[in-house]
Design a protein around this ligand. Structure first.
Ligand SMILES: C[S@@+](CC[C@H](N)C(=O)[O-])C[C@H]1O[C@@H](n2cnc3c(N)ncnc32)[C@H](O)[C@@H]1O
Ligand SMILES: [Zn+2]
Length: 276
């Protein structure tokens, strides 16, 4: 297979050996025991780009393991299945701990596609979990704003609630390939926000165009979830509200033994334009 990843130091392709990835210039990157590779440069490490802290990563792992958001993974797999070639390389941009990567890969493989899942995240704790969960995949600790990835290698990309760098995604996708970008819909987790905030607000819904892409459509994925106290605590801890909510709001939420909460996502579907 053509080299997917590139050397973060000199930009040449990285050959994947069992214990390390190696560029022709002699730069070498060890594979961790879980199989992922750390490709942040020392300068990127010094700039302290914020990835999710480990406690947030663990909260997300716990909540996603409950299966409450699996309907979203299934909707994404349904979108991808008809448009992928029989052998496909898909990219999970900001893959977190790999819950969606795993489930989507399973659905697509069951649908007869020979799949190579690839994931990048800047949080090492998350990438370690993802690599463990998806041993057949390729995972790297890297920044979405400077992907150590060759041009035009992916048949599709997913971005689920992660920072979007459209320019980099356009570079690494094949012409005509799709990007599925998942964002919160207006009333995502609204019932939880009603408990947390005196004046909750709805999320703004907007269809943004990005250079290099054409917005070809969008879909809603929604579910009303009945959450236990434990699920509610994990869900709260994986959202930005955890850091921003007034303390009384957080206390009110922690006293709920059960809550009906709506998960409401929008899947924005972009197609990479052919070279103009
Ligand atoms: C809300 S989480 C979503 C994770 C996963 N897609 C999911 O939905 O479970 C956002 C992710 O983006 C990662 N992230 C934030 N900034 C990043 C960057 N500059 N480069 C790569 N990943 C980044 C975080 O570490 C985190 O895992
Ligand atoms: Zn190199």
């Amino acid at each position: 297979m053509r080299e997917l990843f590139t050397c973060p130091v000199c930009g040449q392709g990285l050959a994947e050996e069992p214990r390390r990835w190696l560029c022709p210039g002699g730069h070498s990157f060890d594979r961790a025991a879980e199989g992922y590779v750390h490709l942040l440069t020392p300068a990127q490490m010094r700039s302290k780009i914020p990835g999710d802290p480990p406690e947030m990563v663990r909260a997300r792992r716990d909540f996603l393991a409950s299966g409450q958001y699996d309907f979203l993974a299934d909707a994404l797999a349904e979108q991808l299945r008809p448009i992928l070639p029989p052998e496909a390389v898909i990219f999970d941009a900001g893959c977190g701990e790999g819950h969606y990567t795993r489930r989507i890969a399973d659905r697509l493989t069951a649908g007869g596609i020979r799949l190579t899942p690839v994931g990048v995240d800047i949080a090492k704790t998350a990438v370690r979990m993802a690599a463990k969960k998806v041993p057949e995949g390729r995972f790297a600790v890297a920044s979405l704003y400077r992907l150590p990835v060759a041009e035009g290698v992916f048949d599709a990309a997913l971005n689920i609630f992660s920072p979007l760098c459209a320019e980099e995604l356009a570079r690494v996708l094949k012409p005509g390939a799709r990007l599925l970008y998942v964002v919160p819909a207006a009333r995502h987790l609204y019932e939880m926000k009603e408990i947390l905030y005196p004046e909750p607000y709805e999320n703004e819904e907007k269809d943004v165009e990005y250079a290099g892409f054409r917005l070809v459509g969008w879909e809603r994925a929604e579910k009303r979830m009945s959450l236990s106290q434990g699920e509610l605590a994990s869900l709260f801890a994986m959202t930005p509200y955890f850091w921003r909510s007034p303390r009384e709001g957080a206390e009110r939420l922690s006293r709920r033994e059960q809550l009906e909460v709506t998960a409401a996502f929008r899947i924005l579907i972009y197609e990479k334009k052919d070279e103009e």
